[in-house]
Design a binder for this molecule. Structure first.
Ligand SMILES: [Zn+2]
Length: 234
């Protein structure tokens, strides 16, 4: 079981990844008084097969879709970094932005994609988001002399206690999202430009099946699963 944190930060590579992977957890936590924040790393501007849609237009649509989905889940703020879809890199600039968000929102828990998979392939942006987030949490956000310019903005170093990694090969921690399943579906429905591409079948059936499968491993009707990494905070 994972306790409800007071403050949590979700780092999502594209608009819609957070709702698919941890939307139930976010909805559950905010309904129990948690303050949850998002960092949206890329603009999602490659997510279409429609030859009549440009990346610029799609990015604008998807930004609004992400704001709508986050509002549905009770997320307090979405910080959009605006990197082009498919072009996330492990750079100092990206790391600095994630460290800034951690120092600003001061989460106990950070939620992001698991960067490490061997048995099945993964979108490059997810892999890099997971990797850079993990580095930002530890040790960069923790240590004062990394990105000292943040102090001039009034931001202090911050120790995150727990990382929850979604999309892990083997989850070891589960959140019972049975009570938040309808909210998760409502949030995913905000990503109108993506619904057709998300599954060959009905998106609701697909999403329920995905969470039911995780639930079976944990003894819940519906669950979201994570690999948990813990850090010393004192
Ligand atoms: Zn994605």
């Amino acid at each position: 079981m994972i306790d409800v944190p007071k403050r949590a930060l979700v780092v999502t590579p594209h608009p819609d990844d957070a709702e698919i992977s941890c939307g139930g957890t976010v909805g559950l936590w905010t309904s129990q008084g948690a303050s949850v924040y998002y960092v949206l790393c890329s603009d999602g501007g490659k997510g279409t097969d429609d030859p009549g849609v440009t990346s610029e237009a799609l990015a604008k649509t998807r930004h609004q879709e992400q704001l709508d989905a986050a509002a549905t889940l009770g997320v307090k703020e979405v910080v959009a970094l605006g990197y082009p879809d498919g072009e996330l890199e492990d750079t100092r600039e990206f790391r600095r932005e994630l460290v800034r968000a951690i120092r600003r929102f001061r989460p106990e828990v950070v939620v992001c994609p698991d960067p490490y998979r061997r048995s099945f392939y993964y979108h490059r942006d997810h892999r890099i988001t997971g990797q850079v987030t993990q580095d930002a949490v530890f040790p960069y956000a923790r240590d004062r002399l990394h990105f000292p310019e943040h102090e001039a903005e009034g931001l202090e170093p911050h120790k995150v206690g727990t990382l929850l990694l979604w999309g892990a090969e083997e989850s070891d921690s589960y959140v019972d999202v049975t009570a938040a399943m309808d909210l998760k579906i409502e949030a995913l429905r905000c990503h109108k430009s993506q619904l057709a591409g998300l599954s060959g079948e009905n998106v609701v059936t697909w999403l329920r099946g995905f969470c039911r499968e995780a639930g079976e491993k944990a003894g819940f009707e519906y669950a979201e699963g994570y690999r948990k990494v813990e850090f010393r905070t004192s």
